[in-house]
Design a protein around this ligand. Structure first.
Ligand code: SF4
Ligand code: SF4
Ligand code: SF4
Ligand code: SF4
Length: 309
């Protein structure tokens, strides 16, 4: 059965489309499996009935929204997605006049992998119940604290400007999840350079340079991407460690001023590389106003002579 928020999103999307205020409404539809949702652009009131809102609506919708930048588009936004909209407006990639922004209260989205782990892989249903979620696992129903299942990005949820939205749904939104957004990156910073190098060397050894992290990033919008232009470079094709380091260093520098920490890059990485650590470090240094050169949780190039070129 549709939740109250889901019903409200469908009703508002349907009305905005029927009244001709927008050409398209961007939200989520059910994905191929219970714990997956996919971006969905509804173009008619009837299509609005396919919109869903549930505890796994973690993916950022704004990359999809940007595809409709030339049209009048409505969208249902969590606070973290709204931060991406703010950044794209700042970079003149979206036109505020063409957007209808609906703020949706969010208590934190759950990580599908954590749900699967709790249910030992037998997930048959997932229902919100206040601060808990009910996980159907075969014939059992497991009651689990929602806070223990949240996506990493939900710790220290960013606040979007309250005057951004055209309207908000729900009553007064519950307080966003608490937590130290930067705990993991501070722990990494505390390591000696050689240990950090070993950490990244181990993770980057799995990187296939598939470019999924760049492709999904809503703030990577250059028509000619400097990174993909070199896609056929023999060193790239050979996935030499120096090429992999260089790819991630370059991407980090390109995103240093833009990244909003939506964690889409980490979500889509098929090799589970903890890219959010790089994003979070960029964010931390921006907040603290420290040097860009110190912005990377990698060892400094001088410490890795011969490794990064
Ligand atoms: S970061 Fe904030 S708005 Fe985004 S999913 Fe987590 S709690 Fe919700
Ligand atoms: S998505 Fe993962 S494997 Fe693909 S390029 Fe990015 S870090 Fe490498
Ligand atoms: S770099 Fe990653 S976390 Fe940052 S905006 Fe892009 S996808 Fe989101
Ligand atoms: S990686 Fe750099 S060049 Fe490529 S799309 Fe992103 S910001 Fe543009």
């Amino acid at each position: 059965m549709a939740s109250l928020i889901e019903q409200q999103i469908r009703t508002r999307a349907s009305a905005l489309l029927a009244e001709g205020w927008i050409d398209v409404f961007v939200g989520y539809r059910q994905g191929a499996t219970l714990l997956r949702v996919a971006p969905f652009a509804a173009r008619t009131p009837a299509e609005a009935d396919r919109l869903v809102w549930n505890p796994v609506c973690g993916p950022n919708l704004v990359g999809t929204l940007r595809k409709y930048a030339g049209q009048r588009a409505g969208v249902a936004l969590k606070a973290c997605d709204a931060c991406t909209v703010v950044e794209l407006l700042r970079l003149h990639q979206l036109d505020r006049e063409r957007l209808y922004l609906i703020g949706v209260p969010c208590q934190g989205m759950v990580d599908p992998d954590r749900v699967v782990a709790v249910a030992a892989g037998r997930v048959t249903s997932l229902v919100e119940d206040g601060a808990e979620v009910l996980i159907g696992a075969g014939n059992e129903t497991l009651r689990h604290p929602r806070a223990a299942l949240l996506l990493a990005k939900c710790a220290g949820c960013p606040a979007a400007p309250p005057d951004l939205y055209d309207e908000t749904l729900g009553e007064a939104p519950p307080a966003p999840p608490a937590g130290d957004r930067f705990a993991a990156v501070r722990a990494l910073e505390a390591l000696a350079p050689a240990e950090r190098l070993a950490f990244w060397r181990q993770h980057f050894s799995r990187c296939t340079l598939c470019y999924a992290c760049q492709t999904v990033c809503p703030l990577c919008f250059c028509k000619e991407c400097a990174l993909t232009l070199e896609r056929d470079d023999p060193r790239r094709l050979a996935r030499e460690p120096a090429s992999v380091f260089a790819y991630h260093l370059m991407r980090a520098f390109h995103l240093a001023e833009r990244c909003t920490g939506c964690d889409e890059c980490e979500r889509v990485c098929p090799e589970d590389i903890p890219l959010s650590l790089i994003c979070r470090k960029l964010e931390l240094d921006r907040l603290e106003g420290t040097s860009r050169v110190a912005a990377l949780p990698f060892p400094a190039p001088s410490e890795v002579a011969g490794e990064v070129s």
